[in-house]
Design a protein around this ligand. Structure first.
Ligand SMILES: [Zn+2]
Length: 396
C-alpha cells in the first residue's frame, strides 16, 4: 500500500520518499509514500519529477501507486516535486464540479450522472433537460458561493453511519467525505481546494444533448479567464470587420447572412435567365442542316445546371439537338426537341453502355458519365457521328 500524502494535504508540492519496488527497467516506480495523484474519479494524474526524472503517468494499481518515468530511476530515497500549475488547475476544476453539481441539485433537482475533467474543459452530465435561463441561474449561484469563500473540508466516516451525501456511495468501510460548508457532502478521493474562493470564476459554456442526458461544459479559475479572453478576441475580430461595437456584431452577422442568401438567390435567377437567353441566341445563330435540324456540340470544363438550362432553351426551338461534353469529371449531356427524331435518353444510354459508362434520361434530356477522358473522347465521337454533327469542339 502506498501512503497517499495528497489525502491529508492536497497542497503538498514537494516530498521525500523511498523507492520500495520498481519494474526491471526501473521506469515503473513504487514509493512508500507519494504526493502524486493517480488518474481516478474523473481527475487526471499529476506530472512532475522524482529524483530529477520526469513523471509521465501515475497509475492506481489497487492500493499501490505506480509512477511511470521518462527514464530509469535508481533505488533509494528520492525527492518528489509535483507540477503545481497542473495540479492546482485540476483542484480548481474538480472542486468547481462539486460546487456546480450541488447547485444544480439545489436549484433544479438535476443530479450529476457523470463527470469528466479534460485538458481544455470539463463536463458534467445531468439526467434532465435544463433551459438556458436555468443554466444562467446555476452559473450565477455557483459564482456567488465562490465569492462567499466557504470552507471546503475533508473528513472520514464509516459507511455504516448516516453520511448525508449528495450521491450515495458504494464504498464500504472508511469513507472520505469532501464538504462545502452548508452546501454539499460528497464521497471523493480526489484533490480539492480549501475554500470555494480558490476555485475562481466558474464559466458555463456549451450544452449538448447526449443519450438523453444534458452535457454541461464548464471552466474554472484561469481556464475561465483565458477562455473569456479568447471569446472576446474572436468576437472583436468579427466586430472589427463590421466596424461595429461588440454587442452589435451578432445581429450584423445575421443581417449579413440574410443579405448573402438574398444575393445568392438573385444570382441564381440571373444565371438561369442568362443561360436561357444564351440557348435562344445559340438556336438563332445556328444554321439548320439540309435535313432541317440544328445541331450544336458544346465543350465545357464541367457540366452545370446552367448548361442544362441552356440546352433546354436551345431544344425548346423546333428541330434541335444539343450535345454537351464536360471534361472534369468526364460526362455528357444530350438534349433533343420532340420533333427531331432523336430520343436523348436511349441514344446516350446505348453510347455509354458500350464504353462502360452510366447514365440515361428522358427523350428530351439525358445525362451520364464515363470512367476516363479517353473514353469520353470515344463516346463523344460516336454520339456526334450518330447525331450527324460535323464538329466536336465548340467553345464554351
Ligand atoms: Zn472530489
Amino acid at each position: 500500500m502506498t501512503d497517499r500524502l495528497y489525502y491529508q494535504d492536497s497542497y503538498l508540492r514537494e516530498f521525500r520518499a523511498c523507492v520500495v519496488d520498481a519494474s526491471p527497467e526501473q521506469q515503473r516506480i513504487y514509493l512508500d509514500r507519494t504526493a502524486f495523484y493517480p488518474a481516478s474519479g474523473g481527475q487526471p494524474f499529476d506530472t512532475g519529477k522524482l529524483g530529477g526524472v520526469d513523471v509521465i503517468d501515475v497509475v492506481d494499481e489497487d492500493g499501490r501507486i505506480a509512477h511511470v518515468m521518462s527514464a530509469p530511476l535508481a533505488a533509494g530515497e528520492v525527492a518528489g516535486v509535483i507540477d503545481w500549475r497542473r495540479r492546482f488547475d485540476h483542484m480548481q476544476q474538480h472542486t468547481g464540479q462539486h460546487l456546480l453539481s450541488a447547485v444544480l441539485v439545489e436549484l433544479f433537482d438535476a443530479p450529476t450522472v457523470s463527470f469528466h475533467l479534460g485538458a481544455e474543459s470539463s463536463t458534467i452530465d445531468v439526467a434532465r433537460p435544463l433551459e438556458a435561463g436555468q443554466i444562467r441561474a446555476a452559473e450565477r449561484r455557483a459564482n456567488e458561493i465562490v465569492f462567499e469563500n466557504r470552507p471546503v473540508s475533508v473528513s472520514y466516516r464509516h459507511s455504516s453511519e448516516e453520511l448525508g451525501l449528495r450521491k450515495p456511495t458504494e464504498r464500504e468501510g472508511e469513507v472520505r467525505i469532501i464538504s462545502i460548508q452548508d452546501l454539499d457532502r460528497s464521497a471523493c478521493g480526489g484533490t480539492h481546494v480549501r475554500a470555494t474562493g480558490e476555485i475562481g470564476p466558474i464559466l458555463i459554456r456549451k450544452l449538448d444533448r447526449i443519450r438523453g442526458n444534458l452535457r454541461i461544459e464548464f471552466l474554472c479559475g484561469l481556464r475561465a479567464v483565458e477562455r473569456a479572453r479568447s471569446d472576446f478576441e474572436a468576437l472583436s475580430t468579427v466586430a472589427r470587420t463590421f466596424s461595429s461595437p461588440l454587442d452589435d456584431a451578432p445581429s450584423l452577422v445575421e443581417a449579413q447572412r440574410e443579405r448573402l442568401l438574398e444575393v445568392e438567390r438573385a444570382h441564381r435567377r440571373l444565371a438561369a435567365e442568362l443561360a436561357q437567353a444564351r440557348g435562344r441566341e445559340l438556336y438563332t445563330n445556328t444554321a439548320a442542316s439540309p435535313d432541317g435540324i440544328r445541331r450544336i456540340v458544346r465543350r465545357v470544363a464541367t457540366l452545370s445546371d446552367d448548361l442544362r438550362v441552356e440546352a433546354q432553351s436551345f431544344t425548346a426551338g423546333a428541330k434541335a439537338v444539343f450535345l454537351a461534353v464536360g471534361d472534369d469529371p468526364p460526362a455528357l449531356m444530350l438534349a433533343a426537341s420532340a420533333d427531331c427524331g432523336v430520343h436523348a435518353g436511349n441514344l446516350l444510354k446505348s453510347a455509354l453502355t458500350t464504353a462502360g459508362g452510366r447514365g440515361g434520361g428522358s427523350a428530351a434530356m439525358a445525362q451520364g458519365s464515363v470512367p476516363s477522358n479517353t473514353l469520353l473522347e470515344e463516346v463523344s465521337r460516336t454520339l456526334a457521328a450518330s447525331l450527324g454533327a460535323e464538329r466536336l469542339s465548340q467553345d464554351a
